[in-house]
Write a protein that binds this ligand. Structure first.
Ligand code: ADP
Length: 487
């Protein structure tokens, strides 16, 4: 039966009983007014009418009370069941079904509800299987890459690791997934270095910067291999449209063994060539010396000009071969220091002397700013003098005509001595302040000849002494290069 019929029937019965009650009461009243109520003839009729009124009244009350409780309950119960079922579906329980058969309307609602949930269940399982397939696909792709990849969450637990990483780290998948990488790294040197690298990523200390530059040397694939480590933050918004938040890290290792081998072949080649070139260039310069000394006869002015040109180019060649030899020493890790106690002024004077001719040519005045009292240094004089000569040469070359360059020293604290070279040239844009220390880098648009090696070698030489070399520069105002050394 449907709710409407049920309500109509119940209310109809109630109304009929009330009408009956009213009719009986009217009849009773008529009987009372028509007959003498005290006459014995009226008594049985009156009593019968009273009994009927009582019976029908009681029945009406019983039906009314039963309707009062049963009708709301018969509607409330299925509504409650429906509300619970909706709640379950909202919590992704798509196996929930309704079975409301008592009322036609609720039977219809429950049939449609079940059909809807069935569809959602089908969609959910197809979506899940699609997602599982996509995940498997991604895993296969990452696994087939021959670069090791590890994904960690914010708690440094391993979320994903590909086969190549397992090989290189010598680990088993079942021992790794979901485990803390820090706990695993206690028994795995390589993983420990990778985790430390992750910490270094956010550090700007000198050691961290140095470690970041160095490739990872590992015994893998049956030989000594080199890897470049890359750390990438995994970013994801907490909810659609919200700002990105870091939810973990990806560690990627790029195998650069082949490049490293080529690089070391290049270094050996450069070292051999520059070494071999030094002797003939020196011979050319010696022969020139003889020509210029006029021991073999006087030179006419044209010949003297030619000899000066040959000298200039030979000296430049000798300078370049010297730089190449130095960089190959640094790259091959063969840099050896021969330190001795030196006064900073000796190094400064060497640099000034070495740049005198060039300063005259560029019409730049060199000034020395030296304090009365300064601590001595314990350094490889040849290397630090080379650094200062190179810095002063840059200051002269990159200064404007008729400019000036200052070379000086001061003591910032008890344990250090700073030697600086200042020019008032065009300056260096802040975005190149780090790149100028990279080998072969030259600021775009630099017209003067150069190799781009001087500053890189200088930084390596200063680093080898446990010191620092940095630049302060402002466009249009000039630059100051400062070497800080332990005293
Ligand atoms: P090179 O001078 O042989 O090119 P360096 O390594 O000494 O190589 O310098 C790298 C680059 O930095 C230069 O090419 C130049 O662009 C820039 N640079 C260096 N010193 C100065 C300076 N004092 N003023 C302006 N630019 C400079």
């Amino acid at each position: 039966m449907n709710i409407k019929a049920k309500l109509t029937f119940s209310i109809g019965v109630l109304v009929a009983m009330i009408i009956l009650l009213v009719v009986l009461s009217i009849l009773n009243l008529q009987m009372l007014t028509a007959t003498d109520p005290d006459s014995p003839a009226a008594e049985p009729g009156l009593q019968r009418a009273l009994i009927w009124v009582l019976v029908i009244g009681a029945a009406s009350i019983a039906v009314g009370v039963s309707m009062l409780f049963r009708i709301p309950a018969s509607i409330e119960q299925p509504v409650k069941e429906l509300a619970n079922a909706i709640q379950e579906v909202a919590n992704h329980n798509y196996s929930k079904r309704l079975n409301l058969t008592r009322d036609h309307e609720f039977a219809e609602v429950s049939k449609n509800f079940n059909r809807m949930v069935m569809r959602m269940e089908e969609y959910d399982s197809s979506l899940l299987s699609e997602m599982m397939a996509a995940k498997k696909y991604m895993e296969t792709i990452i696994n087939s890459l021959n670069e090791p990849i590890i994904a960690l969450n914010n708690d440094m637990e391993v979320l994903y690791i590909n086969e190549e990483s397992l090989n290189v780290l010598n680990l088993r998948r079942e021992d790794v997934i979901g485990r803390s990488s820090q706990a695993l790294s206690l028994h795995n040197d390589l993983l420990r270095r990778l985790i430390r690298g992750l910490v270094d990523e956010n550090s700007d200390s000198k050691e961290a910067r140095k470690r970041k530059k160095e490739p990872l040397k590992i015994y893998a694939y049956d030989k000594e291999s080199y890897f470049q480590v890359k750390y990438i933050n995994i970013l994801q918004p907490e909810k659609e449209g919200e700002v990105m938040q870091k939810v973990g890290y990806i560690i990627m290792l790029k195998n650069i063994t082949e490049f490293k081998e080529l690089d070391s072949a290049k270094t050996t080649f450069i070292s051999t060539i520059s070494h071999e070139l030094k002797t003939p260039i020196s011979a050319i310069l010696m022969s020139l010396q003889l020509l210029e000394d006029k021991r073999l006869g006087a030179l006419n002015s044209e010949q003297a000009d030619l000899a000066a040109g040959i000298r200039e180019n030979s000296e430049r060649l000798l300078e370049i071969t010297g730089e190449l030899l130095n960089i190959s020493l640094v790259e091959a890790g063969k840099l050896q220091l021969k330190p001795k106690v030196t006064k900073p002024i000796e190094l400064i004077e060497y640099a000034v002397k070495a740049n005198r001719v060039q300063a005259e040519r560029f019409n730049v005045q060199i000034e020395v700013d030296y304090p009365e009292k300064i601590k001595k240094l314990f350094v490889d004089c040849e290397k630090i003098a080379w650094v200062l000569t190179n810095l002063l040469s840059n200051a002269v070359r990159y200064s404007s005509e008729q400019g000036r360059a200052v070379i000086g020293a001061y003591q910032p604290d008890e344990g250090h001595v700073c030697i600086y070279v200042q020019d008032f040239g065009k300056g260096i844009s802040p975005r190149f302040h780090e790149s100028i220390f990279e080998p072969y880098f030259r600021v775009p648009g630099t017209k003067l000849q150069g190799s781009g090696l001087g500053l890189s070698i200088s930084r390596d030489f200063v680093d080898a002494h446990g010191g620092t070399l940095y630049v302060d520069s402002e466009m249009g105002k000039g630059s100051t290069f400062t070497v800080t050394l332990p005293a």
